[in-house]
Write a protein that binds this ligand. Structure first.
Ligand code: HEC
Length: 143
């Protein structure tokens, strides 16, 4: 009798500590699906090496000198962002109500680096604009 009680107690405790949440992303892996997380992870490396010196590690920029990338609606336009990274930019832009009139040099990035860094900056720090793949770049870079 005593052992039955212990057994029931043991089983209920084990059940109580089991997490029954259904996690479809782990149980169903679609190999055709683009891995945004992996691309963002690589893009973070590119960003830290080539961009953070001006736009800062958390994308906050430097007020009136380097525009912030965090929570920025300008990053919604994938074509604009791709062209900026690929070709650089100069002239006045308005970011979150502040005008910047400076220039950013073109950096010699591969298509892979451009799409990875785009995925990172467009889906971090309050931005959520979805994935871009290398195969999208020719279309995005067209003028
Ligand atoms: C040497 C400093 C510097 C570096 C390094 C740099 N940028 Fe910039 N970036 C700027 C400046 C300055 C501007 C604004 C140019 C202007 O006023 O026309 C800018 C503008 C931008 C914009 C447009 C912002 C907007 O809201 O319209 C994006 C996007 C951007 N940079 C992304 C990047 C990425 C990604 C990298 C790294 C691959 C990078 N930048 C590296 C200085 C830099």
């Amino acid at each position: 009798m005593k052992s039955t009680i212990y057994y029931v107690l043991f089983v209920s405790l084990s059940l109580a500590s089991t997490d029954f949440r259904w996690t479809p992303s782990e149980t169903y892996v679609n190999t055709q699906e683009f891995d945004l997380k992996a691309s963002m992870e690589k893009g973070k490396g590119v960003y830290q090496t080539l961009c953070a010196s001006c736009h800062m590690a958390e994308g906050t920029g430097v007020n009136r000198v380097f525009p912030p990338l965090e929570s920025s609606e300008n990053l919604k336009d994938a074509s604009y962002v791709a062209k900026t990274i690929k070709n650089g930019m100069s002239g006045p832009i308005k970011v979150k109500g502040v005008t910047y009139n400076s220039s950013m040099l073109a950096m010699n990035l591969s298509d892979q680096q451009i799409s990875d860094v785009m995925n990172y900056i467009r889906n971090s720090w309050g931005n959520s604009y979805g994935p871009v793949q290398t195969k999208d770049l020719p279309e995005l870079l067209k003028d």
